[in-house]
Write a protein that binds this ligand. Structure first.
Ligand SMILES: *Cc1c(COP(=O)(O)O)cnc(C)c1O
Length: 372
């Protein structure tokens, strides 16, 4: 794709590699990077290619479409869908060797039928709801898993659960969930059902709950360098991978009493210098940053003024000397000594960094860089 407009998201694959190494210091078990939602907006294909070079062989996505996109590029990796897949697509799962999570008997039966029809073995992971209240077997989990274990053509490789409060300072609920999970696993073993891979840990649990690491961990956000909880400090050792950048389209002076943008929500109370940047909410820049969001230019902070448009924003650059049209502006990431984090933007928008990262829209080209 040609890039005509100077707006791009820089993805630092060096930082990604270092984040993986850091995760491996927290947890000794196998790592299954979570690359759902286009690797949290970073570009799943490039992220998988990079982590594969670091020895990772298994990846998790949220939906079948994402798994198929990766399967086309990477015929030899293990791919798991950590979310519901409709039973009617069982043959695709079997044919493409994609591991589903199974939380209903009918799903398992359909998968078994597809495996027999295609004369293959279907690998699956059982999903147990231990307190997240999302997908997963809950009551009668033991009986249901026993039934599934009897179906032909299936390989019950894994069993897993998801923790609702692994990011909390109070880990009692998470430990209660793990207790339910352990009890079930013990009963399965006693019933002669041996499942070799147990998993429960997202990023927060990797950092805070060693007993949740089992045979496999599922890091998402920390791979991309953001922290899942406020109380973790810089010593956690993760580096943000994505930056969002653009260049000034035009500089102008707005006189006292004149307005900027739709609805005239900003009126200058003195003559000011205004820069227009060619990026807007169509690129995932939240409109709630209108009259308040920050942009870095020449190592200084400038404030967004007026309403954010679909494709453009205006910033007050009165205090920034020697600024010129074409100068680089940073909306996310580092510029000189200053840094805008996805957490900072999330705080201003009343959300979490995850939503900011995967909200950077498809229209923004991802440019891969590799820092040492
Ligand atoms: C998204 C997701 C993860 C990764 O969560 P992070 O908080 O980003 O580490 C792990 N497991 C499941 C089931 C998920 O849905």
């Amino acid at each position: 794709m040609n890039i005509f407009r100077p707006v791009w998201a820089e993805v630092d694959l060096g930082a990604l590699r270092r984040n993986l190494k850091r995760i491996q210091q927290y947890a000794g078990s196998e790592i299954m990077p979570i690359v759902k939602a286009d690797a949290y907006g970073h570009g799943a294909v490039e992220v998988v290619r990079t982590l594969k070079e670091e020895g990772i062989t298994r990846f998790g996505v949220a939906i079948l479409e994402e798994a198929l996109e990766l399967r086309r590029e990477f015929p030899d990796i293990a791919l798991m869908v950590i979310g519901p897949t409709l039973s009617k697509y069982s043959e695709i799962l079997v044919k493409e060797e994609i591991i589903p999570e199974i939380f209903q008997i009918e799903q398992a039966e359909a998968l078994s039928a597809a495996a027999l029809k295609l004369n293959k073995t279907a690998r699956l992971h059982i999903k147990v709801d231990t307190g997240m209240g999302r997908t997963g077997f809950r009551e009668n989990a033991l009986e249901n898993i026993q039934k599934i274990a009897k179906l032909p053509g299936l390989y019950l490789e894994g069993i897993y659960t998801h923790l609702a409060t692994a990011d909390s300072t109070d880990l009692s609920y998470a430990k209660q969930q793990l207790k339910i999970f352990d009890d079930l696993y013990e009963k399965l073993c006693a019933a002669g059902i041996k499942i070799s891979i147990r998993h429960a840990a997202n990023s927060a649990a990797i950092m805070q709950i060693p007993e949740s690491h089992y045979e496999l961990c599922r890091p998402g956000i920390i791979l991309y360098g953001l922290l899942p909880m406020d109380h973790a400090g810089q010593e956690a050792g993760f580096e943000p991978v994505m930056s969002l950048k653009t260049r000034i389209s035009q500089l102008k002076t707005i006189e006292k009493g004149e307005s900027v943008g739709y609805g005239r929500t900003f009126i200058a109370d003195r003559p000011i210098k205004v820069a227009t940047l060619p990026i807007g909410y169509g690129d995932g820049l939240r409109r709630s940053l209108s009259n308040g969001g920050e942009v870095l230019l020449k190592g200084k902070k400038a404030r967004i003024i007026g309403k954010i448009c679909m494709d453009q924003i205006m910033v007050d650059v009165t205090e920034i000397e020697e600024i010129q049209e074409g100068d680089e502006a940073v909306l996310l990431g580092r510029n000189g000594d200053l840094f805008i984090s996805a957490d900072r933007i999330a705080e201003q928008c009343g959300t979490i960094s995850y939503e900011i990262l995967c909200g950077i829209s498809k229209r923004v080209p991802r440019v891969m860089v590799e820092s040492k």
